[in-house]
Design a protein around this ligand. Structure first.
Ligand code: SAJ
Length: 426
């Protein structure tokens, strides 16, 4: 058996390595030759625990190779990006291009699976005609399905095997054939359904999470007005056996929870007012933190002289803890607001992000961030940030102020003399 995976990103690479590790020959395809060369050299272009070792092992065993060109195979998995445009509409150009590549080498008996998170009816209405353009019929000559992934960055290698999978076929035999393939490397339960139900299932998983985070953020906004601690309110509410409210934060980043629910809204805006309102609320959080920072620092001298310029340090810029991924990071949005409007000096320290990354003010050490700072913002609760020597570091600041956006360091207010401690949600 040979498997061809189109799209070597945060999902394509772990999926290719996991399938190859089950003894199947895999070819990974990506137009980005830098990624192709890195994979063929057994080098991982992304950060993910355990994946570098797995990738090297399957490359050394000759089970995985990468190419810029699609090749004939028995199973094709499309795991290309499905971003959103400025109007919050899905962009399916990469799915169309990958599907056309597959159509050029498709033969009888092949299985084609879309893994990319896509609007409802993408598999049945967009992909099927492209794949049938060579004269083969989907569902009989070849099999077509959608199988969304649910892995969480940081646990991808483990979850790709252990998570249950939903597999939706354009007909029953497509679902069955695709399920048989996934059973070769998935230990979780396989749930079969139709392709559009599988698409909706994925979108609603992330919409549910987005709405849950939105209510946590709304509780934070309310708590700041009412004068209670949102983290305590939520913690106590969650003692109820049937309540599970997630955590507030400076915004929702990444390319999943920040985007997928908009695919539901774009399917029929009138039918999704709650999801739309939740997404807009989450998107308001970065600006709210920018305003809070301005309040804490008593406003900013717009373009003022050196004595007025404030230095603001950020601990973390990634979109979530313990990852190097800063795509759609709300912290980046806050930094851009500060840089554009306030003329503040910004320093950002994030141990997970490569020092060459295009982030304004990125510094190599916590000392460089804390030195002469007027305010330190704990923006991402990376594990490393629970172990810093804050007594020494705050001694480097011009003013000892901490804005804790993640309720990560509440104990510091009692431990560090003269520290002004501010908390998102209080
Ligand atoms: N966030 C909060 N509060 C929370 C949890 C998260 O503000 O309580 C923020 C995070 O800081 C981050 C964003 O939301 O900015 C997204 O975080 P996440 O923990 O949801 O991480 P993702 O987007 O990498 O993973 C989600 C997961 N979906 C669900 O849990 C339903 C994952 O299982 C999916 O595979 C992934 O989306 C995806 O690729 O769809």
């Amino acid at each position: 058996m040979k498997v061809c995976i189109l799209g070597l990103g945060y999902i394509g690479i772990p999926t290719a390595a996991t399938i190859a590790n089950s003894g199947i020959n895999v070819i990974g395809v990506d137009p980005n030759t830098k990624i192709v060369d890195a994979i063929n050299a057994g080098k991982l272009p992304i950060e993910e625990p355990g994946l570098a070792e797995l990738l090297k092992s399957v490359c050394d065993r000759g089970l995985l190779k990468a190419s810029a060109e699609v090749e004939p195979a028995d199973v094709f998995i499309i795991a290309v990006p499905t971003p959103m445009n400025e109007e919050k509409k899905p962009v399916l150009d990469y799915v169309k291009a990958a599907t056309s590549s597959v159509a050029s080498v498709l033969k009888k008996g092949d299985i084609v699976v879309l893994e990319s998170t896509s609007p409802p009816r993408t598999t049945a209405d967009l992909m099927r005609p492209i794949l049938e353009s060579g004269g083969l019929t989907a569902g009989t000559d070849f099999y077509l399905a959608h199988s969304p992934e649910r892995v969480i960055p940081g646990r991808m290698v483990e979850e790709l095997i252990s998570n249950d999978r939903v597999i939706g076929g354009i007909n029953a035999v497509s679902a069955e054939k695709t399920a048989e393939f996934y059973k070769k490397f998935v230990q979780g339960e396989i749930h079969t359904t139709d392709a559009t139900t599988a698409e909706m299932c994925k979108l609603l998983e992330n919409s549910f999470r987005g709405v849950n985070i939105a209510i946590a953020n709304e509780i934070a906004i309310l708590s700041e007005k009412v004068g209670v601690n949102a983290w305590e309110v939520i913690n106590l509410a969650n003692k109820h056996p049937r309540v599970n409210i997630l955590q507030p934060g400076p915004g929702v980043g990444g390319h999943c929870i920040a985007i997928d629910p908009w695919f539901v809204v774009s399917a029929d805006e009138q039918s999704a007012p709650l999801i739309k309102a939740a997404m807009l609320l989450n998107e308001s959080m970065p600006y709210r933190q920018f305003k809070r920072i301005k309040e804490i620092l008593g406003g900013f001298a717009i373009g003022g002289g050196n004595s007025d310029r404030k230095k603001i340090a950020f601990l973390g810029a990634a979109f979530k803890p313990n990852t190097d991924d800063f795509r759609h990071s709300p912290v980046i949005e806050i930094i851009e607001l500060l840089s554009d409007i306030s003329g503040a000096e910004i320093a950002v320290f994030d141990p997970h992000i490569d020092s060459e990354a295009a982030i304004k003010g990125l510094v190599d050490s916590p000392e460089d961030a804390f030195k002469d700072a007027d305010l330190v913002c704990l923006a991402v609760h990376h594990d490393e940030f629970y172990k810093l020597d804050y007594h020494r570091l705050f001694g480097l600041c011009r003013n000892k102020r901490l804005f804790d956006m993640r309720n990560a360091l509440p104990n510091l207010q009692a431990e560090i003399t003269g520290l002004d401690y501010y908390l998102l949600g209080r």
